[in-house]
Structure formats: C-alpha cells, structure tokens
Ligand binder design. Structure first.
Ligand SMILES: Cc1cc2nc3c(=O)[nH]c(=O)nc-3n(C[C@H](O)[C@H](O)[C@H](O)COP(=O)(O)OP(=O)(O)OC[C@H]3O[C@@H](n4cnc5c(N)ncnc54)[C@H](O)[C@@H]3O)c2cc1C
Length: 413
C-alpha cells in the first residue's frame, strides 16, 4: 500500500483537475489518477464527432497541465475499486493507494434507462473515444451509401438537451453544406437527421423563447423533430418509438441521460438520483470521513438547497471549492459550504446561431450575439493555449469554407 500522498484525486476532468491544481499550488502532495493520460473537454466532443475540430483541440495531456505543479503526480491507470470508508483506491494492476483525503471525480456514464438495445447499438458521446468512434461511423455510413451498398445514411439523435441539440445541428449542417460538396446533392437529399425526446420540447432547462428559436433553427437546417416521443428500442438499423413509428437509421447517437459510473456505485457510499452521491454542503460524502465527491459524480446543491445540473461550471467550481476545504482539513481550518456562482447556460444551434441565458438573472441572447458568446466562453475554457489556437483555427476555416477541417481516420468497431 502506497500512502505517500496527502490527497488522492480520481478523475482528471473539470472537477478533479481543478481540485488537484488548487491543492498542488498550495504545496499539498496529490496523486491524480485518470484512466486516460489526457484531460478531455466534453462540451466540444460533438464537434469532433462531426469532424469540425480535431482531437488535439479538445484533449490536453494531464502531464502538460501539471508540469509546473511539482506536488501533483499524474498516474495513468484505471481505478477498479474504491473503499470510501478506508479511503483506498485500487488500480487495474492491483496496486492500492491510501491517503488522508480521497476525492472522487470520475464523471458520468450514459444512462440508457433500460431501453432495449441502446447499450449495444447506440453511440454515446461522453468521451474522446466515443467522439472518434461516432465520427468514423458517420463517415463509413456515407461511404457505404456512396458505394451504393447502404441504405440512406440517416442519423437519429436521442435526447433534446444541449448535447443532442448541438449534435443534431452540426450533423444537419454537414448534410446541408458538406455532403453535396464532397459526395452529391442526390446523396445529401437522402440523408436525414432526426432528434427524438420524450419531453415536449428541446432544451427544457431554457426559456420558451430560447426553445422556440432553437426549434425554428433546427427545422430550417432540416432536422426532423420528434418531441414527446420516447424511444422503446434501438436496433442496428434504427429505432422504434413508443407510438410504433420506426425511424430507420444506421447511426443512433445517445445523448439521453447520465448516471454515475461503476466505481461510485461500488464505493460503499449511499447513492441518490442518477446513482450520484448526495454530498453535504461542504462537498464531503455523508457517513465517512475525508471523502469528497465532485462534479458529475455528485448531487451538489446551491446555497438555497436546490440541486445543481451536471455542468462543466458546476464541476470546475466544486473542484476549486473542495480544494479549499481539503486545505482546511489538512491545516486545522474549518470547511465552508459550497457557494455556486451561476453563469447560466448556452447551446450552439449551428453556424452563427446559438442561445444563451447568462448569469442568475438569465439574460437572454439568441442568434449571432449568443453565437459569439458561445465561442468566447468555450475558447476561454479550453484547457491549453495549443488547444485554443487549434479550435479557433478550425472554426475560422470551417466558417469561411464550409468544409470540415478534419480527416477521419479509423473504422467503427
Ligand atoms: C457532449 C457533452 C457536451 C457538454 N456540453 C457542456 C456545455 O456546453 N457546458 C457545460 O457547462 N457543460 C457541458 N457538459 C457537461 C460537462 O462536460 C460535465 O458536467 C463535466 O465534464 C463534468 O466534469 P467531471 O470532472 O465531473 O467529469 P469528467 O469531465 O467526465 O471527468 C471524469 C474523469 O474521470 C476519469 N475516470 C472515470 N472513471 C475512471 C476510473 N475508473 N479510473 C480512472 N479515471 C476515471 C475520466 O477519464 C475523466 O477524465 C457537456 C457534457 C457532454 C458529455
């Protein structure tokens, strides 16, 4: 058992990275373990899947992130077991680590809500690996149709939240601008993008005005909306809806929901909604000593007790706040309850079009101004200078030429 570290952070996403950075800068000895050797920026995965930007724009090596923070050791390893009560983690090769404080920030995995076939045949979009697999599958479906072998290369996107809306919008733009240019107008006319959700409208967390704008933009891009319809089955050749309608499509994208992963489920902590841990106001897990659960693995509440959504800003702020509380734990200070700075929501609906509801007052923007805010915020949040430059370059080229900047390499498995 290795107990050289004061703090173990599992997961180098928004929450774990922020926590480790803050702690490392304070001189705390931290072991950061992630299954991948990179930090991935999930909000732009749909752009990787639609070939708008490359992997190197959304992923930054964790060792580059921490190269100047000497107290943090990055370990690339999958954590296969967590014992929250003992504050130990075990990695895939059987090594066990223990520390005074354990931080669980392993994000989320797709929740298929027991939909028949979804776990086998739908493409989730929660990791760089998911995005590249989907990108390869989309390209292969087009090539197959171009060779005259396949059916129409239609796509069904399940889930009308920001991820589903952004994905459907980007794919519809590819059908509108790129398929006619790279293949033919005839093939483009055979490509359909469907967006399905059981709730009555897209972007349910947004205002009615934003929803109406988004619906209108998606329809103008050619997206076929199936709101108020749940998917009962996913098959290799499409989906069946609750009313019996069959939407044929070789590709089904799952943006339908999240839950905490296996590590959290088997940690010995009591799970709440979505399998997440209902953390206390100071972000610690109830019933154990010295365990923090952050970001998408936790149900975190604001000062008024309202549950916060699974967002990058919540994850990042929870990471920074937890670091302050952990520092207090290690130095005899007092933990403080988490205070969330609400920055609002935004979603891109295609070229020059977005919706944004900024700050706690939900200042509403639609259209080009929201699009520019979206670009600015995402550029600022990308994890490194090289990633920002690459994304900006790809966006500029894509905007001016209506061509994807990326070559898709690989085949879907
Ligand atoms: C497609 C998509 C679009 C999004 N768009 C937005 C947006 O526009 N704005 C916004 O605010 N939020 C957005 N979100 C939500 C936001 O990305 C998440 O809320 C945020 O990433 C959560 O951060 P996290 O640190 O909790 O988890 P993650 O960022 O998921 O990080 C978890 C880390 O844990 C690691 N890990 C998991 N299991 C293990 C294990 N067993 N062993 C070792 N390591 C492990 C993973 O490799 C990963 O690096 C989006 C999410 C998705 C999927």
């Amino acid at each position: 058992m290795d107990d050289t570290y004061q703090v173990i952070v599992v997961g180098g996403g928004f929450a774990g990275k922020a926590a480790a950075q803050e702690l490392g800068r304070k001189g705390t000895r931290v072991l950061l373990i992630d299954a991948n050797n990179y930090h991935q920026f999930q909000p732009l995965l749909y752009q990787v899947a639609s070939s708008q930007i490359g992997v190197s724009a959304v992923a930054r090596p964790l060792r580059a992130v921490f190269r100047n923070i000497k107290g943090v050791r990055v370990l690339t390893a999958e954590v296969t077991a967590v014992d929250a009560a003992a504050r130990t983690v075990t990695t895939a090769d059987g090594t066990q680590f223990q520390a005074q404080v354990l931080v669980l920030a392993t994000g989320a995995v797709p929740n298929f809500f027991n939909t028949t076939g979804a776990d086998k045949f739908a493409y989730p979009l929660y990791s760089v690996a998911d995005a590249t697999r989907l990108s390869a599958a989309l390209t292969e479906a087009l090539d197959e149709a171009d060779r005259g072998n396949g059916d129409s290369p239609d796509v069904v996107v399940v889930g009308g939240g920001p991820t589903g809306v952004e994905t459907a919008g980007a794919l519809a733009e590819n059908v509108k601008y790129i398929v006619p240019k790279y293949f033919s107008s005839e093939l483009a006319a055979r490509c359909h993008v469907h967006l399905v959700d059981m709730v009555p409208n897209v972007l349910m967390a947004f205002s009615e005005k934003s929803q109406a704008y988004t619906r209108d933009r998606l329809v103008k891009l050619g997206v076929q909306l199936h709101m108020g319809q749940s998917v009962t089955e996913v098959r290799p050749d499409g989906v069946t809806l609750a009313d019996g309608t069959v939407l044929p499509a070789p590709i089904v994208v799952w943006a339908g929901g999240l839950q905490a992963g296996k590590i959290i489920a088997e940690s010995g902590l009591t799970q709440g909604k979505g399998g997440r841990i209902d953390v206390l106001p100071d972000l610690t897990a109830p019933g154990v000593e010295g365990v923090y659960v952050l970001g998408d693995s936790a149900n975190i509440t604001d000062a008024a007790g309202a549950r916060l959504p699974q967002l990058g800003s919540v994850a990042q702020q929870s990471g920074k706040w937890a670091a302050k509380n952990i520092h207090a734990d290690l130095t005899g200070g007092t933990r403080q309850p988490f205070r969330y700075l609400d920055k609002g929501y935004m979603a891109m609906v295609g070229r020059g079009a977005a919706v944004a509801e900024l700050g706690p007052q939900r200042i509403q923007l639609q259209g080009p101004l929201a699009f520019l805010s979206w670009l600015g915020v995402h550029l600022a949040l990308l994890p490194g200078v090289q990633q920002k430059v690459r994304a900006l370059f790809s966006w500029a080229v894509g905007y001016v030429t209506h061509s994807p900047s990326q070559v898709v390499v690989g085949r879907p498995d």
